[in-house]
Design a protein around this ligand. Sequence first.
Ligand SMILES: [Zn+2]
Ligand SMILES: [Zn+2]
Length: 732
Amino acid sequence: MTVPIARVAIAAPLHSLFDYLIPAHGDVPVGARVRVSFGRTRAIGVVTAIVGESGCPVDRLKPIEAVLDREPLLQSHDLDFLTWVAGYYHHPVGEVIATALPLRLRKAEVALAPGGTGWRLTALGLVRLGALPARAPRQAEVLAWLGGRPDAEASLAELRAALPDNAAAIRALRDKGWIEQTTLDARADRMTVAPEGLQLNDEQADALASLQTDLGGFSVSLLDGVTGSGKTEVYLQLAAAVLEAGHSVLVLVPEISLTPQLLQRFRERLGATVRVMHSGLSDSEREQTWHRLRLGLSQVLLGTRSSIFTPIRGLGLVLVDEEHDPSFKQMEGFRYSARDLAIVRAQRAGCPVVLGSATPSLETLRNAQAGRYRHLRLDRRAGGALSPAVDLLDIRDQPLQSGMSQLLLDRVSAALAQGAQVILFLNRRGYSPVLSCFSCGWLSDCPRCDARQTLHKSSGLLWCHHCGAQRRVPLTCPDCGAEDLHPLGQGTEQLEDFLAQHFAEYPLIRVDRDATARKGSLDRLLDRLHKADAALLVGTQMLAKGHHFPRVTLVGVLDADGGLYSADFRATERMAQLLVQVAGRAGRGDRPGRVLIQTRYPDHPLLQTLVRKGYRAFAQQALLERQAASMPPYSHQALLRADATRLESAQAFLDQVAGWARQQDVAGVELWGPVPAPMARRAGRHRVHLLIQADRRDALHGLLQQLPAHAADMPTAKRVRWSLDVDPLDLY
Ligand SMILES: [Zn+2]
Ligand SMILES: [Zn+2]
């Protein structure tokens, strides 16, 4: 007699599922969560299948302790997708499935109701509708808006979409007793697709028309549009068509806090059905959003990379904005690429996926050129704005003040005098990347990494950007005691100091991770800029992402050289993408823009091609170089990383894995290493790498299939931490 057995995925670093007995009178839906005993503890897991036989003897199986969900949270197609993902990345399936659940559902037994909380008018508030508070216009606005809603109530998301920035007004109204918090029934967001889109130019219209013919089936398109060419309008009109057909849309974006304008446009056009998922939400907000998408109560999810795992009812379109952005790749733990998975997910859902970028990744361009993706181009800026003119500024032999040459300073003065706004781009935060003693040559090395600690003057700290180690800035040299410490090189903090003195009469805004650490501060900074006339904006790559600055006519890049001679073969591609994205901030209004790039290598061939002929010519040349060197996308890689407190332990482990891998003798697979990582010590641990490369993906995966199990069994594995990174984006 066979006994029904539940196969359960549990978040544990083990490449297997676990079997449990089903209680006699229990109904155990596949895709529901269960509580089970696991080792010496209890765990929450997800039932992935009901089977008749187990690899274990039945009398050794334990029963499920409790079934936590009456309905499945994950459908069988969600589970199939996640299982495929675990197989592709050779990552434990239990951890992959746990990643798909909101954090709260991984710990709490009772799932939240999808309706969520909202606000409604009290009896007192209803009375006040007749006499709105004239001296508090914000409060009056909220009162009037709620009063116009069915039952005078709305969810938080609806309220935020309709009236952003109203938190203070809501608190005031609550304190007066005019509104109160309420639990809402789970009901679908009302469809509010604003039909009137912007007028499309011919290129946009053609792109939209071809994308529309794809709806209803799987296809991959690259929407390759120069900055300012109006990709967002194409996304919006395509998404509206999908919603009108009754389907849902997943929009993946690099970082929500950096793309407030994109979110705002989606909300304005598609209404409250647009939900967001990002790290700034509370656990309950995330869970409620997750349920709403799963149940089809909301139909648009705009989110960062982990949103790729959100179950979405009736998925009809996947959009990946800024597909080249490295933040789509999870760099630790379960290392997946949300951009790559977007294609797999769309294929399984039978719907189109659109990858949009002004600077497509070389991987995506290669796929488009090989005919695997449709290549749609938008070469003209929407609204007739001119493309900026880009020039290289040779700074060899030029005296620099805080990184600025005299010529760049003169251009900035001239632009400000004409009432324009100026962006100065320096991709290094802090005051200076190293502090040095001029008497003895001491440098501010991080005690735990092969790296320097950055000087942060305003907080008085030396701070390692790799491991986070901090110490007070010493007044005298720690080695020789001399009072001869000097910052070397520039960061945004120093540039800001310098510019504040030099251009004291103009507003100056700094945008980097330190300046925008507090929630909402980026919005406030950008708001200041939008209200100002002539102004200076200093910042890191945060500036490059999707913001629209119509009054910026000059962009100065202080240092383009970091990416030119790096050990990482992707560094030039990154540098080119960043330069083009930053340059794209110039001249988006009716005034033409100008971009000046300071460099000590004005003759570098890739930099020359980029500046003279543009990103596409650059990408073509870079692809030829990759092909000649058999680098991705012309080969496939996996990186096995190991670290340990002793270098020998990490080395011995990877030697053993490499020995095993060589024995397998898989045709077409090459092993490079083990070698010390480019940053050989980080956070006090020694790091060693083994790079595995193959010209065919199936050959690579043939070897990887067996690798984790064998590696885990190596006698040397106990002394190391190790991880496998399939399709690594950085080799650090
Ligand atoms: Zn010294
Ligand atoms: Zn460090």
